[in-house]
Design a protein around this ligand. Structure first.
Ligand SMILES: C[S@@+](CC[C@H](N)C(=O)[O-])C[C@H]1O[C@@H](n2cnc3c(N)ncnc32)[C@H](O)[C@@H]1O
Length: 278
């Protein structure tokens, strides 16, 4: 993972299906995120900045952890997706979430946050270390920096001669993210990003949801991910909608898993947190 001159194109697109996909993604990764935030020290009464809020799932998880005395400020460069985040926050039990549209690296934000967090957002930034360095200035002394990002390399462990469809999907996913300029190895890159940003060395963990049963939500999630990827897969000449046949994809992956007895792995995530000097 190196810094680059331009941000990545948002690989997954901006459709309403993509908003739905983000919500499904959260159902599969929220456990990882919740445990991560608790480990990092986020808790009751804290004021937390959520970078790249998307449909608001991370902010909703945070609101639960910090309780009624805390406050969440979610920022996203995509004003449209924040409409979904807003309405989900409005219909939730939490009244302490605020969303602001804009680029987290340039928005004027207070400098008294107890924590700054993000999930799957540094991977789209040209220079993740510069972003972290700036975001850390929004923290009070002793504040927490906690980011969760994808790491694609270990995903290759899912490749197997008995799973040609899964192999093909992993290859297409890799190609489309690489073509878009996203950092597919942002997970392992977190250590360097923290250190280059002048932050303390982070504490790191690694996790990937896996499953096999017919009703495992990972199959539908994966198929929906490819639905969001179709426009860019076609634009880059990597694969066509016909080749993907997204409508039958979840069933075909599940059938391959059942026949091969190889569980399906979702993209692994790495989590990293550190606290500033108090
Ligand atoms: C993959 S989504 C993840 C959403 C959410 N964090 C989650 O895990 O459900 C990444 C989000 O980051 C936003 N984003 C990317 N770069 C950003 C930036 N510089 N400032 C604010 N938001 C950004 C995108 O618009 C997108 O909604």
């Amino acid at each position: 993972m190196t810094s680059q001159s331009r941000d990545a194109e948002y690989t997954m697109g901006r459709s309403s299906e993509e908003t739905e996909r983000l919500i499904r993604q959260s159902q599969l990764y929220d456990d990882v995120t919740r445990r991560f935030f608790l480990r990092s020290g986020i808790g009751e009464g804290m004021k937390v900045l959520d970078v790249g809020s998307g449909a608001g799932d991370v902010a909703l998880t945070l609101a639960e952890l910090i309780g009624p005395e805390g406050q969440v400020v979610g920022v996203d460069v995509n004003a449209d997706i924040l409409k979904t985040a807003h309405s989900r926050a409005d219909t939730s039990d939490f009244s302490n979430i605020e969303f602001i549209a804009g680029d987290a690296r340039t928005l004027e934000l207070p400098d008294d946050f107890d924590a700054v967090v993000g999930r799957l957002v540094l991977m789209y930034m040209a220079d993740p270390a510069a972003a972290l360095r700036h975001l850390a200035t929004r923290l009070r002394p002793g504040g927490i920096v906690a980011f969760q990002e994808v790491e694609f390399t270990p995903y290759l462990a899912a490749l197997h001669s008995d799973t040609p469809l899964v192999n093909q999907l992993i290859q297409w996913a890799r190609e489309v993210f690489e073509s878009s300029g996203a950092h597919l190895e942002m997970g392992m890159g977190l250590y360097k990003a923290f250190v280059d940003a002048g932050l303390p060395e982070p504490t790191l963990h690694f996790e990937a949801p896996m499953g096999g049963p017919e009703d495992w939500p990972g199959f539908a999630y994966l198929a929906n991910s490819f639905r969001s990827l179709v426009p860019l897969l076609e634009a880059y000449g990597i694969a066509t909608a016909d080749e993907l046949n997204v409508d039958t994809l979840a069933k075909r992956i599940q059938a391959e898993v059942a026949a091969s007895k190889r569980p399906m792995m979702l993209p692994p995530h790495i989590t990293a947190y550190a606290s500033l000097t108090a």
